[in-house]
Every structure is written in structure tokens, then in C-alpha cells.
Design a protein around this ligand. Structure first.
Ligand SMILES: [Zn+2]
Length: 365
């Protein structure tokens, strides 16, 4: 099975909601083995992953993707795991994000010779702990780090080929807990109001922009996502106040640098505050050059569009790959991802396959 549509349908019919695999990786691995790939299954914890490689001369191009999908939710017009085609459109959970692209990887490899590998994980939509990171560590130990990696996330915005991602912002979540001394609202001198400290702290945090952005990134953004006191009484100064915030930051910052900055501001207003930080991704940028140009050229050859290099949106597994080799992301139009009746027009699936095949021919020479 090396036709992109057939393969995408077979993948969609496996209800591989994270962390379940439901046979999805076997469908893909079988297809790749018939194409001469050697498939190494890499199960870490409860998560199925694999690395597949077809040797060849020239540069090593890796396609990375995930077989897991988010839950379908309610309200679909089509069976989310049926793989139904209606009026030239394939419907199903994962059609856009990203079983369609995975099917296109394999179909492209069938058409174009070259040193190609696939890094497939079943843990992208979840914690991403036992997925891409662990496979990359294995690849490095085996000497299998590629020259360039393309992640098939749905990066196109309106038309297939209008956008590639050459980087992503980092993401930091923080919880601030400010202790106080509980007391009667009429006797504030006997209390220490943590809400006042919290308000001053938060207003200092949002007072100045983190930066003005740069050539490839929009300005970093700090969003206060919750303030919680939970005090039902009108005449009580509460004993503690908490807030949560999220920072989406560009490559002018690091998670550690922002943590230091938060600590400094907070301690100025609330020295006894507790700060809990979770950095879910550092920013990365693949400088435009030979690699991104090869991808852009393949896209424009097939679609006639010159893609815009972009770094917006959430995090993806590309943040892990960036630590090992140049990486860019390109895939289908993302409008329907994570939504009901997720879909891909068959014409776009065919075009995506042709783009990946063109890239293999040009890059792996
Ligand atoms: Zn995805």
C-alpha cells in the first residue's frame, strides 16, 4: 500500500487517540517495509514509536510525524475513524494533523529514490516524553542523525504551500503563590494582605513589553491566565493569593532567563512568594538557507506559491529535533485540525505527496 489516499484511510481507521496506537504504526511500518525501509520499533514506556530508514547515497532527509490524534469529541457529520471520501474530500480525525502528511511521506518515498528516513512517534499530542525525544537519543547513539528533517505538521494557512515554519516560540507556565497574614478587613494593620501584593506584582509583570520582536519572531507575550483567592467573605483579608501566567517567548529569551526575571520582579513586591515554573519548550530558529530553500523550492515548483517562513503558533516536536539538526515544518492546511469533521481535499493530499517527492529528489542527490 503506497498510495497516499489508501494509506491515509487505513491510518484514520485506527483510532489512535494518545496514548493508544490501535494498529496505526503497523499499517505504516508494513507499507514502508514493502518500499525497502528497515523499520526499528522503539517502544518507550507505553508509547509506540519507530524509526524507518532506506539507505541511499547523498544527503539524508528525515520526515518526522506522529500517528496519535486528539479525541474526536461530539458533533461529527462523518465517522471520525471511518476514512470516508465525499465529494473529493477525505474526512477523519488526523486527516490534517497529521495522518495525511504521514501517508504522503511514504507515498513520496515510493516515487523518489534517496536516503530517506521516517521518525514516527505516538506521543505528540500528549506529554511528548516517551516520543520524539527518546527516538532522537536513540538515533544519535546509532549515528543516524539526518542532514535535514521535515516535520509534517499542518503549517499551511489558507492554501497548501503558503507557509512553512522555520522556528517556534518557547512556552513557559508559572504559578505564583503569595502568602499573607489573614485578618479582619477592619483591622488591616494586624494583617498582611496578599491580594495587594499580587496585584502590584502582576501589574509590574505586564507593565513593560518583554521585547519588540525581531526579523523572524513576533514580540514575546506574557498572559496572566488566572488569579485565584477563593475568599467568600467580605470582611476577611485572605491568607494567600495565587496567579498563573503563560509566556510565549521568542529567541531573544530563554526559559531560565525568564525565570530569573520573574523571580526578581516578584521578590520586589512579595519576598515570601513561591514561584513554580514549567518550561514546556525553548524557542528555536532554523536560519533560512540551503535547507529551507530546498523545501521552499519544492513547494513553489508544485504549487506555484512561494511559502512564507513563519514562527507563530504553539510548540511542536520540531523543538526537540532542532537540538540535533536543521528542521523545518511543512504540511497540509491546518484549518480543520483538532475540530469536528477534520478533513483534507484529495487534490491537496496528492500535491503534498508531490512536494515531498520533489524535495527527496532535489535534496538527497
Ligand atoms: Zn500534529
Amino acid at each position: 500500500m503506497t498510495d497516499a489516499l489508501e494509506l491515509a484511510q487505513a491510518l484514520i481507521r485506527c483510532p489512535s487517540v494518545t496514548p493508544a496506537d490501535a494498529g496505526a504504526q503497523a499499517v505504516l511500518a508494513d507499507a514502508l517495509e514493502t518500499l525497502g525501509f528497515t523499520v526499528t520499533r522503539l517502544k518507550f514506556g507505553a508509547i509506540e514509536n519507530f524509526f524507518a530508514e532506506r539507505p541511499g547515497t547523498g544527503a539524508h532527509l528525515c520526515f518526522a510525524g506522529h500517528t496519535d490524534v486528539v479525541p474526536p469529541g461530539e458533533g461529527w457529520r462523518h465517522d471520525p475513524f471511518g476514512g470516508v471520501v465525499e465529494d473529493g474530500v477525505l474526512y477523519g480525525r488526523g486527516a490534517a494533523d497529521m495522518k495525511g502528511a504521514i501517508a504522503a511521506f511514504a507515498a513520496a518515498a515510493a516515487r523518489a529514490p534517496g536516503h530517506v528516513s521516517l521518525l514516527i512517534t505516538g506521543d505528540e499530542e500528549g506529554d511528548a516524553i516517551d516520543g520524539t525525544v527518546r527516538v532522537l537519543e536513540w538515533m544519535e547513539a546509532q549515528g543516524k542523525i539526518p542532514d535535514f528533517c521535515v516535520v509534517g505538521e499542518p503549517t499551511s494557512r489558507v492554501r497548501l504551500g503558503d507557509t512553512i515554519k522555520i522556528g517556534r516560540r518557547g512556552s513557559l507556565n508559572a504559578r505564583i503563590t503569595i502568602p499573607g497574614i489573614q485578618g479582619h478587613a477592619a483591622y488591616p494593620r494586624l494583617a498582611d494582605n496578599p491580594v495587594h501584593r499580587l496585584v502590584k506584582t502582576l501589574s509590574a509583570l505586564i507593565a513593560t513589553p518583554l521585547d519588540a520582536g525581531n526579523a523572524w519572531f513576533e514580540p514575546s507575550s506574557l498572559q496572566i491566565t488566572s488569579t485565584d483567592v477563593g475568599n467568600p467573605a467580605a470582611n476577611v483579608i485572605p491568607g494567600a493569593a495565587t496567579a498563573r501566567l503563560n509566556i510565549r517567548f521568542n529567541d531573544m529569551h530563554t526559559g531560565a532567563g525568564l525565570t530569573d526575571w520573574l523571580t526578581e520582579i516578584i521578590s520586589g513586591y512579595a519576598p515570601a512568594a513561591e514561584l513554580a515554573v514549567r518550561i514546556s519548550g525553548e524557542p528555536f530558529l532554523t536560519q533560512p538557507g540551503r535547507h529551507t530553500e530546498a523545501l521552499s523550492a519544492a513547494i513553489s515548483q508544485v504549487t506555484g506559491l512561494m511559502p512564507e517562513p513563519n514562527t507563530a503558533g504553539g510548540t511542536s516536536d520540531a523543538r526537540f529535533i532542532a537540538g540535533f539538526c536543521p528542521v523545518a515544518e511543512f504540511g497540509l492546511v491546518g484549518a480543520s485540525m483538532h475540530r469536528t469533521d477534520e478533513c483534507v481535499p484529495l487534490a491537496e493530499l496528492a500535491q503534498l505527496t508531490e512536494i515531498y517527492a520533489t524535495l527527496i529528489r532535489d535534496f538527497c542527490r
